[in-house]
Design a protein around this ligand. Structure first.
Ligand code: NI
Length: 173
């Protein structure tokens, strides 16, 4: 497993279209284990492939235990799609590995069902996820549509963030 470089907002690469996975092979296994490694290296709870510059419909999630430990709830979602959004709209604070050191409130549905394929290509589903998992699923699947959580913020906040992070990106290069 190798932690890969994260693509940071507002890099246009985060907006590029993503393709469905058609081959369930060793390369896909390496990709998903690298994604998990990258996510853990940055203390994340979810990561989408475009966040490491791979334009495929792949997401990994690991919702921590109450004591913060991870590893028990690892999810590898290939070609995931939302099949149901239900429940109340809830506001919660989100962060993103592509927008480091920033958190803000976003409104999402409280219940979310998802269909996906596993590493063998078998159809699987998560029915009526709630709580943090429901939020995380919506956040990560947004990445596959080229969407970042800051897109939900006010225009003023977005333009401030865009300037701040564009400068950070520039300073890095
Ligand atoms: Ni994110």
């Amino acid at each position: 497993m190798t932690a890969r470089n994260v693509v940071f907002y507002p890099d246009p690469d985060l907006r590029a279209p993503n393709r469905p996975v058609t081959e369930f092979n060793a390369e896909l296994e390496t990709l998903t284990s690298d994604m998990l490694e990258t996510m853990y290296a940055h203390d994340g709870i979810g990561l989408a492939a475009p966040q490491i510059g791979v334009h495929q419909n792949v997401v990994v999630i690991d919702i921590p235990e109450e004591d913060g430990s991870q590893g028990k709830h690892q999810l590898i979602l290939i070609n995931p799609r939302i099949t149901e959004l239900a429940g109340e709209e809830v506001e919660s604070e989100e962060g993103c590995l592509s927008v480091p050191e920033y958190r803000d409130k976003v409104t999402r549905h409280s219940i979310c069902s998802v269909s996906y394929q596993d590493l063998e290509g078998k159809e699987q589903s998560i029915e009526k996820a709630e709580g943090l998992l429901a939020i995380c699923l919506q956040h990560e699947l947004d990445h596959l549509q080229g969407k970042v959580f800051v897109d939900y913020l006010s225009r003023l906040k977005r333009s401030r963030l865009q300037k701040k992070y564009a400068k950070l990106l520039q300073d890095k290069h």
